[in-house]
Design a protein around this ligand. Structure first.
Ligand SMILES: NC(=O)c1ccc[n+]([C@@H]2O[C@H](COP(=O)([O-])OP(=O)(O)OC[C@H]3O[C@@H](n4cnc5c(N)ncnc54)[C@H](OP(=O)(O)O)[C@@H]3O)[C@@H](O)[C@H]2O)c1
Length: 233
């Protein structure tokens, strides 16, 4: 089994849902984890679940729904004694279900800030250091959502995530900072809802694939976590 010993992964939104699974999956590969949540108490469960894997952990808190919030997360990470090797941009919000013609500007801004601009700010903060150190894995979580115009701020923000990931991958070509984007599948989480196709655990092992890529491996590529579900956890 390929291990990620001595590496550190920052996973946004790792207090629950898909982010929590990614944290547990990476920790099983011996990767040290920087857990992120909005508030410290939200992260308690993930930190407890990580204990048996014996990896090192840090916790950073803060919101992604404002530029200042992201800035404070970056500051907190930069004050840690360890550097980010793997940036898993997982956290996102769903937009409110409403007819396309009634979606206010504030809704577009709220969703784009949290799902796209925060991600860009985090990539901009951490990618240059990865490049300097000659190692980095950035994974941006996207979505396969389609044919739901009532949720268009969410789906358009995810389409922008895909394009941004490809542009960033091109910018970082040859640097061994690999940038890829991953669709977890429709999963039973707070965001996905109880009627989703799959249990949240099925995001593993697929979600680990872009974090485990060999040096100078694929970049700017799309991964679907469910393509790997037959491999089992
Ligand atoms: N579930 C699905 O079916 C599905 C399908 C396709 C794509 N995705 C994508 O997968 C990713 C994870 O989704 P999920 O279903 O695991 O979501 P979730 O269960 O709702 O969890 C969201 C996570 O993001 C954090 N978060 C939410 N709003 C935040 C904010 N304003 N500032 C900072 N952190 C915030 C939450 O932290 P707190 O606990 O502190 O609130 C939590 O850890 C998202 O990018 C989503 O778009 C999900």
């Amino acid at each position: 089994m390929k291990l990620l010993e001595n590496k550190w992964a920052l996973i946004t939104g790792s207090s629950r849902g898909i982010g929590q699974q990614i944290a547990l999956g990476l920790a099983e590969r011996k990767c040290n984890i920087i857990v992120h949540a909005r508030k410290a108490e939200n992260a308690e469960r993930t930190l407890a679940l990580l204990k048996p894997s014996c990896v090192k952990t840090h916790l950073v808190t803060g919101v992604l729904d404002s530029h200042e919030g992201v800035e404070s997360i970056v500051r907190a990470v930069n004050e840690l004694p360890d550097k980010v090797d793997i940036l898993y941009n997982n956290a996102a919000i769903m937009s409110k279900w409403q007819p396309m013609w009634q979606i206010p500007q504030e809704e577009w801004l709220r969703v784009f800030q949290t799902n796209l601009f925060a991600m860009i700010q985090l990539c901009t903060a951490f990618a240059p250091g990865m490049k300097e150190r000659g190692f980095g894995r950035i994974i941006n979580v996207t979505s396969g959502i389609k044919d739901t115009p009532e949720l268009t701020p969410y789906s358009v923000s995810k389409a922008a995530v895909d394009k941004y990931s490809r542009d960033l991958a091109f910018e970082l070509r040859g640097s061994n900072v690999l940038v890829n984007y991953l669709d977890p599948g429709w999963l039973k989480t707070d965001l996905g809802g109880p009627n989703a196709d799959h249990e949240v655990e099925t995001v593993l092992p697929g979600a680990l694939v872009p974090a485990l890529l060999d040096d100078l491996g694929p970049t700017g590529q799309f991964y679907a976590a469910q393509d790997y579900s037959m491999l089992g956890k």
